[in-house]
Design a protein around this ligand. Structure first.
Ligand SMILES: Nc1ccn([C@@H]2O[C@H](COP(=O)(O)OP(=O)(O)OP(=O)(O)O)[C@@H](O)[C@H]2O)c(=O)n1
Ligand SMILES: C[C@](O)(CO)[C@H](O)COP(=O)(O)O
Length: 377
């Protein structure tokens, strides 16, 4: 079954305020709409994505096109914007999920529940049962109580089989606030699936902070490891974790052979799931001959930042008989901390011998292992 997601992002966000519409405002360093886009793009059940934008948001449309999304211009009401999105779905689409750009906390589970219900229903949408007592009020006075039995707060994504939803929208008024209303007016059956309290729609100015708070509870923590070995050759110093240490031999390598910094760098790449030093700085490329290893470390740190992560801590163990590491530990933490913009208290550099066993024990080379923890900001 080919499924297309349509994200409607053509509203003006008048209730939320701000210099630009709410879906394009920054939330933790990214436009609000980017969160929903990521969730759909990464979901294995979604085949393509249409983004509906306002004609005044041409720059944002170019940004979306650069991410390989189908981008179309919306209308004066949400229903008209949905119609524009429905007209742009790729041929072969059998089901559509329609989602508000203003709901950044959509989850894969929510998508799964809607898709699951579409197996047996023409439409399906998430909702949360009303649990508070409901009042009628006039001015500042309570004038009555509303029975809350059977009342739900509607959310998106709302899912439908494409053909009946298109027909329903063609017959609609263009003023409906959601697609369930359009579908029901056309006689389609719509299942309620379990919604998510955190799937907040940014509506008023205070909702940005609510969403940011809810994001903190879904913390994304990544852990990566790195391992490296360099052999000894002729020379009179070694570079370890950014510190030059006088020694009877030097470590050999294409770069400065800083085995400790390489392990830390690979741990960061590992946490990001983005390869290793060899992939980003191929040894076959002469420009990296003799390169200072902090270039690699800074590249990994920049990738982490670009992808919305901050480094929480790094732990590196050097395995060698000599040189002795203890006298240099603090300097190593300070140097690596400066390149990672990380306080020394979050960096550990320690050392062990291998009890004279193996290549490190025979002083043929030095090995290093490292772990890095990254947290999505
Ligand atoms: N003509 C419209 C109106 C709304 N939407 C989208 O529909 C979603 C839900 O609508 P709402 O929260 O009402 O957004 P706005 O219409 O932008 O808000 P406001 O009413 O405060 O201006 C939002 O992602 C919004 O961008 C749309 O694509 N086209
Ligand atoms: C579609 C919707 O998000 C369902 O809750 C909502 O109806 C659209 O926004 P509005 O604020 O109700 O216009």
């Amino acid at each position: 079954m080919t499924v297309t997601a349509i994200i409607v992002a053509a509203g003006r966000g008048t209730r939320a305020g701000g210099d630009i519409p709410k879906q394009w405002q920054m939330l933790k360093g990214r436009p609000v709409v980017a969160y929903a886009i990521d969730c759909f793009v990464q979901h294995p059940g979604i085949d393509s994505l249409v983004l509906v934008v306002h004609p005044d948001d041409a720059a944002n449309a170019r940004w979306a096109e650069a991410q390989n999304l189908i981008v179309v211009t919306g209308g004066a009401t949400r229903a008209e914007s949905v119609k524009a999105g429905l007209a742009a779905v790729p041929s072969g689409t059998q089901k559509v999920l329609i989602h508000d750009a203003a709901r950044p906390l959509i989850t894969p589970d929510l998508i799964d529940r809607v898709l699951g219900a579409l197996e047996t229903h023409q439409g399906a949408a998430p909702a949360v049962q009303v649990t508070d007592t409901l009042w009628h009020g006039e001015g500042s006075l309570v004038t009555g109580v509303q029975d809350r039995t059977g009342l739900y707060r509607a959310q998106t994504p709302q899912g439908f089989h494409l053909a009946p939803l298109r027909a329903a929208h063609d017959a609609g008024t263009g003023e409906e606030t959601d697609d369930v209303a359009v579908a029901r007016a056309a006689g389609l059956d719509v299942a309620i699936v379990e919604g998510d309290e955190d799937n907040i729609k940014i509506t008023g100015p205070g909702d940005f902070a609510r969403v940011a708070r809810a994001m903190r509870t879904t913390m994304d923590i990544r852990c990566g490891n790195g391992y490296d070995v360099h052999r000894f050759g002729d020379g009179d110093h070694v570079w370890l974790c950014g510190v030059q240490i006088p020694h009877t031999r030097s470590l050999m390598g294409h770069s400065d052979a800083d085995v400790g910094m390489h392990a830390v760098t690979d741990a960061i790449y590992g946490a990001l799931g983005m390869g290793d030093i060899g992939q980003h700085f191929p040894p076959s490329d002469p420009q990296w001959k003799g390169a200072a290893s902090h270039i690699f470390l800074q590249h990994a740190v920049a990738l982490a930042t670009e992808n919305g992560f901050e480094i929480s801590n790094v732990d590196c163990t050097l395995v060698c008989e000599y040189p002795k590491i203890g006298p240099h530990q603090d300097a190593m933490k300070a140097v690596m901390g400066a390149f990672m913009k990380l306080d020394s208290s979050r960096i550990s550099v320690k050392a062990t011998t291998s009890e004279r066993l193996g290549f490190t024990g025979r002083e043929e080379g030095i090995a290093a292992i490292a772990t890095a923890t990254l947290i999505k900001t």
